[in-house]
Ligand binder design. Sequence first.
Ligand code: ATP
Ligand code: MG
Length: 279
Amino acid sequence: MRRIAIINQKGGVGKTTTAVNLSAALAEAGQRGWLIELDAQAHASLHLGLVITDHSPSMYDVLTGQANLGDICHPVESNLWLSPSHLDMAAVEMELAGEVGREIILRDAMATVDQEFDFVILDCPPSLGVLTLNALTAADEVLLPLQPHFLALHGLSKLLKTIELVARRLNPGLVLSNVLYCMYDSGTRLAGEIVHDVQRFLDSERNSSSVWAEAQSFDTVIRKNIRLAEAPSFGQSIFGYAPNSNGAYDYRSLAQEVLRQTTTISDRHRTLSSVQTPL
Ligand SMILES: Nc1ncnc2c1ncn2[C@@H]1O[C@H](COP(=O)(O)OP(=O)(O)OP(=O)(O)O)[C@@H](O)[C@H]1O
Ligand SMILES: [Mg+2]
């Protein structure tokens, strides 16, 4: 199982669009997926047409110890389950302020769920607060969506330092695995320049011991596509709303790339375990 946290503390860069449509593309490809929503805006739930009442339990209740995570895994499409958020989540930061071990509540809750999944995708809010820390502690890897425009890289060093700290103190296996360019406009020179700057940075870090030493930019870029912006108001992923759009094409291509990585990762694990087997 791969646990991928989609994180960028910058708002509106394509985190939720990616969480929803990558999950849906993986599900379409036959993978069992679980999308966990950690943002009070609850846009992922809206996007997938899951409406919960004010009295139904949500991730808010799980994080505050009032519900079991297993009880809020709702099936939303074939092969895809969603654990929804709620506006109440906005208060979690303050409510958990004095709680010991507040960064590992989600990880502990996930360990109690006995359903089998191939992928867990965590949709995070645009901040580096306690919800994002919970995602970083529960995940194996971070997928960083970037919108290649002015100030795209602003705040990136703070994000990288946070991932590094969480890896050092709470989650030793955590890495930044991938950068994904969203709302990509190939017609602008700036987009090309930002992609080039990020690539130069990643290449310069290859031999470092940092958590981003092996990070790759996906070959797939998510182009600007109005259908992706329209789909949430119809409560459907891009595959339900506009299956032949460029947006659907890009997210399918992204899912294939993610699946190829999974094969490489499990091959590497197989090789390592055969090397470590005593004669
Ligand atoms: N490739 C795209 N082409 C066109 N519009 C897009 C694309 N990706 C996302 N959008 C739109 O851009 C807006 C921001 O996207 P999204 O909600 O995914 O960002 P976010 O990073 O999750 O935002 P937040 O930080 O508020 O959670 C949304 O209205 C979404 O529909
Ligand atoms: Mg979002």
